[in-house]
Design a protein around this ligand. Structure first.
Ligand SMILES: [Zn+2]
Length: 215
């Protein structure tokens, strides 16, 4: 593969600094993880957005979160076929092999994916007309969230749409038979979260009140 090039100096420096400091301080922990394997208690599905760092928000270390990221933290509906299902494969491994106890979908403010789908829905632009080859179709999964939004002002509508998108992902998770079985048996708990980047506030969905409540 002739197109791979050396890392930028600042990344090499950053790595060497972590190896000398962060890694060495926890070398026993890393040895244990290497020898005995991972046993994470939770899977987190969050957005690719560089401002959303689940491990930072929860103060977790290597081995604690089975983490999957995609544009707008979406879970597709259960549809086993010949397509390449990165998210579904990760969910399957987390539930069937790792037997995680918690499945967290983490949405966030200022999500470019949610805003793009909002614009697409508002202006009636079909996904096929988008300049992007993959994102438009991917974001079609958020269209039901747009249709559920009740707020009238755009900023509030986009926030609400992002939160509804989290709930849509949880609903799609329940379409996976092995997820539904694990939830029914009490082995798996689903959680819907939404993180406000600027304030650092975290909101969790309460099915009793049907709102995202500050933690
Ligand atoms: Zn996002």
């Amino acid at each position: 593969m002739k197109h791979a090039v050396p890392l930028p100096v600042q990344l090499v420096d950053g790595y060497q600094s972590w190896k000398k400091d962060g890694f060495e301080r926890q070398s026993a922990r890393y040895s244990d993880l290497a020898e005995n394997g991972q046993n994470p208690s939770a899977m987190v599905i969050s957005c690719c957005d560089s401002r959303v760092q689940a491990t930072e928000i929860f103060g977790t270390q290597s081995g604690e979160f089975f983490l999957h990221r995609n544009v707008a933290n979406l879970v597709p509906p259960y549809a086993p076929n010949s397509d390449f299902h990165g998210t579904s494969a990760a969910v399957e491994y987390a539930v069937k092999a790792l037997k995680v106890k918690h499945m967290i979908v983490l949405g966030h403010s200022q999500c470019g994916g949610v805003q793009a789908c909002y614009d697409m829905c508002t202006h009636g632009v079909a996904a096929e007309q988008s300049d992007f080859e993959f994102i438009g179709h991917w974001l079609e999964m958020l269209r039901p969230a747009y249709e559920r939004v009740g707020a009238s002002e755009e900023t509030s509508r986009v926030v609400e749409m992002g939160q509804q998108g989290v709930l849509g992902s949880l609903e799609n998770l329940m379409s996976f038979p092995f997820v539904a079985d694990a939830v029914a048996s009490g082995a798996l708990n689903l959680h819907g979260l939404w993180h406000d980047i600027g304030s650092g506030n975290l909101f969790a969905y309460n099915s009793g009140t049907d709102i995202f409540e500050a933690q």
